[in-house]
Design a binder for this molecule. Structure first.
Ligand code: URA
Length: 234
């Protein structure tokens, strides 16, 4: 098996990122640093990335997690905060999250050990729709909603068209549903900041059409094979 596929199957990264790791001299086989991506891994080879052994990948797994607030979307945390991976009983697979949600954002987060799957779904060219339920303090004008729909400057980047629907409002707060396909850091919060509104609660209701169903925060389920193949073919 080609070394880049071996690394992706083992859940290290996508095949493309594996090629970068090799080009940067981070990958060794049997103690020799690889310089070219063409190596075919043989049974018994000692494959390492940055000195750490990488075991051949087992079964691929795909989960949909309802991420609770108060945990980081990463595999480990320097300051010991709870990570989304800590929520999983599956300790066999090298799981990692597909994309990112903020510490204080809840909702749909895919988690897998398939590097190519994650790379595919997070690549900007695939324009994956993400639906968020947003609660802001106070009310919002029609003009500001229109600005959010047409694109706002979030600091060096103008967002593309978004779907923005008013869900409900009181004197104190307003709920909106926002669908975007970009994935800039803290994008929804920054979009509202651009029109002078502070997001008080943010939940991702859907990722590529996959919703939360009955999952409570912290619960997860396996994706079924139809869901996995639909996502792979998006
Ligand atoms: N937009 C944000 O601002 N935060 C998230 O977690 C996701 C989208």
């Amino acid at each position: 098996m080609r070394i880049n596929k071996y690394l992706a199957d083992a859940g290290v990264c996508s095949r493309r990122k594996a090629d970068d790791l090799i080009a940067n001299g981070n990958v060794s086989v049997n103690g020799v640093t690889l310089t070219k991506p063409g190596y075919d891994v043989q049974e018994g080879d000692d494959v390492r990335v940055s000195g750490r052994p990488v075991k051949a990948g087992g079964q691929k797994v795909y989960y949909l997690l309802n991420k609770p607030i108060g945990c980081v979307t990463s595999v480990s945390d320097d300051v010991g905060r709870l990570t989304v991976i800590d929520l999983f009983d599956d300790t066999e697979a090298r799981l990692f999250p597909v994309g990112r949600l903020d510490y204080n954002t809840s909702g749909v987060l895919l988690v897998t050990n398939d590097g190519d799957f994650a790379y595919h779904l997070t690549h900007p060219k695939h324009n994956i729709d993400k639906l968020y339920r947003v609660r802001i303090a106070g009310q919002i004008s029609k003009e500001d909603i229109s600005k959010l729909r047409h694109g706002v400057d979030i600091g060096g980047f103008t967002t593309s068209r978004a779907r923005v629907d008013l869900v409900s409002w009181t004197n104190h707060s307003t709920l909106l549903d926002v669908t975007i396909h970009e994935g800039k850091n803290r994008q929804v919060r920054r979009m509202f900041e651009a029109v002078g509104k502070h997001v008080e609660e943010l939940t991702r209701l859907e990722f590529a059409g996959l919703g939360l169903g009955h999952l409570k925060p912290g619960q997860y389920r396996k994706l079924n094979p139809n869901e996995v193949s639909r996502l792979m073919n998006l």
